[in-house]
Design a protein around this ligand. Structure first.
Ligand code: URA
Length: 236
């Protein structure tokens, strides 16, 4: 693979930026400065250092997307646009898929990867991965709603939700809900159990990783090494 492509795919710098840095000796391959980034390397065997930092090769790709409304959390759909359409052509070739689902009208943090094993771990109920959602409801939630979320809400179909947390804003019509499971329309159905309705829903964190607020809706970026380590810590 070309070095500049490798660097840009890791999300470290664009091809243009890395060309500039290489010219001043900031890119090393196995300790030797390279000024022409069109040369090819084997990322599994060669060590690339960029501005003093050694880049870690990963077989897999991990991306954070700020999902806009109107997109389905899938890789294909016969009628509606899907979240993977928002990625670059290069990433689409790498066959990323969303880790879990958000409803079509839900916005916010979505992780996409082609690491099936890690995705499976993060979605497995036994790992209790926490997800935070900011919501707005049609009407205030009653006093005592906090305790009901904590004790486990029973949905209309009889499903008993696991312990969850709700922190309401002063108007009690909006706030943050934290879930460690992901049933179909779960927050909407939890709020519906109070004869109320969710009018806006945004995921603001996944597995303690917050949504990068510099991403506009529809934009994505690669996860950092630190964020990938957080995800991997659930598999230990
Ligand atoms: N709960 C919902 O109701 N919808 C989502 O998209 C996520 C959680």
């Amino acid at each position: 693979m070309r070095i500049d492509k490798y660097i840009s795919e890791l999300g470290v710098a664009s091809r243009k930026e890395s060309a500039k840095i290489a010219k001043s000796g900031g890119v090393l391959v196995d300790g030797v400065p390279v000024r022409d980034l069109s040369i090819h390397i084997d990322p599994e065997r060669q060590r690339v250092t960029f501005q003093g930092r050694e880049l870690t090769y990963s077989k897999f790709t991990y991306v954070m997307l700020n999902k806009p409304a109107g997109y389905v959390s899938a890789t294909e759909d016969s009628k509606l646009p899907v979240v993977t359409e928002l990625l670059s052509d290069e990433l689409r070739k790498r066959e990323l898929f969303p880790v879990g689902r958000l409803d079509k009208d839900t916005v916010g943090l979505m992780i996409l990867t082609n690491d099936g094993v890690l995705a499976h771990t993060l979605l497995s109920p036994k790992h209790h991965v926490a997800k935070d959602y900011y919501f707005k409801a049609d009407e205030p939630l009653p006093n005592g709603a906090e305790e009901k979320f904590r004790d486990g809400i029973t949905l209309a179909d009889g499903y008993e939700c696991k312990e969850a947390k709700i922190v309401l804003e002063e108007n009690r019509m909006s706030g943050i809900i934290t879930l460690t499971e992901g049933k179909y329309h779960q927050i909407k159905r939890m709020v519906a159990s109070f004869d109320n309705a969710v009018v806006y829903l945004k995921r603001i964190s996944f597995a303690t990783i917050p949504l990068d607020t510099s991403l506009a809706e529809g934009q994505w970026r690669y996860l950092t090494d630190e964020e990938i380590d957080i995800l991997r810590s659930f598999a230990k």
